[in-house]
Design a protein around this ligand. Structure first.
Ligand code: HEM
Length: 573
């Protein structure tokens, strides 16, 4: 290289170093001025270089994590979703609200229930991070990604479908059908993860898109309609397994990327949704959505939108209905928000059941009791309306699994203007634009909030004060009586103490959907079988349990188990 070019390169590098150092000092000063405890890290988990640090450090520290000491301090903040393995250690070191300074950003971590609740409840003062939300719009703006009046408008059209009784019934019945197919084809050597993912994907295919899938149909060429390259199930599966690529890369870049399958699957899904919307719109407008018509999320959003279109009252945003792109965006986001969250909850639950015989025994007792009751009432199959509400221990178990394995580990918000963050002891004002992250794991594992937090005890959720039941102590007579009466609402936790479904106005819209699907999976799968680890001995079971409690599987969206444990369905005696 010529000396002149070398000087230019040296000058540019020098300028970059000076610029970065100034930014770092500016961030550091802002942290000092805030009065909050702070620390620093070269890279932050939400910054682009974390894609490299995360992969490398997770690989390098795999065995170290197994010792149960969490992450080494210096590495912690460079790991995506470091919170699960950390189990609140950072909170104990720096406090319930502290800052992490990097060269490019200033991040505030919160594990105080008051502050967490305020953050997620005051939706205008703390908005979702706009840059992260934009990424969620590859098919169009949607109820997860938008803010303000536009969000209220999307909510008005998408909430009724997600709360619709017809959709819940569809989820209940289809899940049971899918479980039967899964059980009938069960081979011990199959992956539990793949089975549960296929099950929830097939359920989503009908509940979300109106297509009833047969077990294993994703790979069958006869399921590919004319004009398509993939079956719907196959397109959906490829889209979710390539989600990070589809979300992060524009479609034209994706085309020439090393993941052409992601490009083709995204296009296929686009085309499927367009075709389905055109067909359903025509049906609804012709009025032939008669008795046999089965509502699903796509048709329900369309119906809700057509009703809005016909109304004369334009919303605050100056129109009455969602655009075509927005309908597509919402149908897509139901898939993203509802598929792997529910699948991983079922997966962790299966693992817990296989490893905690006493919990599984109680669930089996409840399943038998509900079936007996149904049979006495002349029903051979369980119904959504009559039987789903009877599954109290199973729902409590779901919440307990989601507390111990926080499927969504953090809730991120950005302060609009200077905002107060109230802590249980005192409070702090954060400047405009501050990035705040609620650390769900630290809250779920705080022994002052959840006594003996490491213990999996579903009965916490069956008493009036879930924070008053300590699994390390015998139950009080009042607690026994509340459990026996079976009338305490689930969940009954204090605000800001259980955040796996979020809280406040932006809380999960699909939580009823997820509860129905979960109860249908477990009650049907365990009707005649029990879950066991294949060829296990006590030592292996202890290792599996320890690994699942100490390490996350580093999923792109939600917490996933670190390994796929061989399991079998053993016929019940
Ligand atoms: C166990 C399963 C699920 C978990 C753990 C879960 C978790 C969450 C969480 C934590 C949030 C709030 C995020 C925040 O405040 O930043 C959320 C929002 C949302 N969830 Fe779920 N979810 C589940 C299932 C579902 C299902 C099945 C659907 C739909 C079919 C769904 C649709 C949504 C939507 C649309 C939102 C956005 C609400 C808004 O921004 O206004 N979720 N979910």
């Amino acid at each position: 290289m010529a000396p002149a070019s070398l000087s230019i390169v040296a000058l540019l590098v020098g300028a970059q170093i000076i610029y970065t150092s100034i930014r770092f000092l500016r961030n550091l000063r802002a942290a000092q001025r805030s009065g909050l405890p702070y620390t620093w890290s070269p890279v932050h988990e939400l910054e682009a270089p974390a894609f490299i640090t995360d992969g490398f450090l997770r690989w390098y520290y795999k065995d170290y994590l197994q010792q149960g000491k969490g992450w080494p301090r210096w590495a912690r903040f460079m790991i995506k979703d470091w919170q699960y393995e950390d189990r609140g250690r950072a909170t104990r070191e720096y406090g319930d609200c502290f800052l992490v300074v990097t060269f490019n950003s200033l991040m505030c971590y919160i594990s105080d229930p008051n502050a967490a609740s305020r953050l997620v409840t005051r939706r205008k003062a703390f908005i979702k991070p706009p840059d992260k939300m934009k990424i969620l719009e590859p098919f169009g703006p949607n109820v997860v990604s938008v803010e303000g009046d536009l969000w209220k408008f999307h909510l008005g059209i998408t909430l009724p479908p997600l709360a619709a009784e017809a959709v819940a019934r569809l989820v209940w019945e289809e899940t049971a059908r899918q479980v039967d197919m899964m059980v009938a084809t069960w081979r011990p050597e199959d992956s539990m993860k793949e089975r549960i993912y296929a099950l929830t994907m097939n359920t989503m295919s009908l509940a979300g898109f109106g297509h009833q899938a047969e077990w294993g149909e994703g790979d069958r060429p006869d399921r590919v309609p004319p004009g398509h390259e993939y079956s719907l199930v196959s397109a959906l599966t490829h889209v979710v397994s390539h989600l990070p690529h589809i979300l992060l890369l524009p479609r034209w870049v994706l085309r020439w990327s090393p993941w052409p399958v992601a490009y083709r699957a995204a296009n296929e899904l686009d085309q499927y949704i367009d075709e389905m919307l055109a067909e359903e719109r025509e049906k609804l407008e012709r009025g032939d959505a008669g008795e046999a018509y089965r509502e699903n999320l796509l048709t329900a959003v369309l119906r809700s939108n057509i009703a809005a279109e016909k109304s004369k009252d334009a919303a605050a945003i100056g129109r009455t209905a969602l655009t075509h792109e927005e309908i597509k965006g919402n149908v897509f986001i139901f898939l993203v928000a509802g598929y792997d969250t529910t699948a991983n909850t079922a997966l962790f639950s299966s693992l817990v059941l296989a490893l905690h015989k006493e919990v599984q025994d109680r669930i089996l007792q409840e399943i038998d009791a509900v079936y007996n009751r149904a049979q006495k009432a002349g029903r051979s199959e369980l119904s959504y309306t009559d039987d789903f509400p009877q599954f109290r221990y199973l729902v409590a178990f779901m919440y307990e699994v989601m507390r111990v394995f926080p499927i969504v580990q953090t809730l991120g918000r950005v302060a609009v203007g200077e905002q107060e963050v109230p802590l249980s002891k005192g409070g702090h004002v954060v400047p405009d634009g501050s990035y705040l992250v609620v650390n769900n794991t630290a809250i779920h594992y705080n022994p002052d909030i959840w006594p003996s937090p490491d213990v999996i005890e579903p009965r916490r959720w069956l008493v009036a004060d879930p924070h008053g039941l300590d699994p390390a102590k015998p139950l009080t007579p009042e607690q026994e009586a509340e459990i026996a009466a079976g009338s305490v609402p689930i969940p009954g936790n204090r605000r800001g103490t259980f955040l796996s479904f979020g809280e406040g106005p932006r809380a999960c819209l699909g939580r009823s959907f997820a509860r129905v699907e979960f109860v249908a999976i477990m009650s049907r799968m365990l009707r005649k079988h029990r879950l066991e680890m294949t060829d296990h001995d006590a030592e292996q079971a202890a290792r599996v349990l320890r690994t699942a409690r100490l390490r996350s599987g580093s999923g792109p969206v939600t917490l996933i188990p670190p390994e796929d444990v061989p399991m079998r369905l053993a016929p019940r005696k």
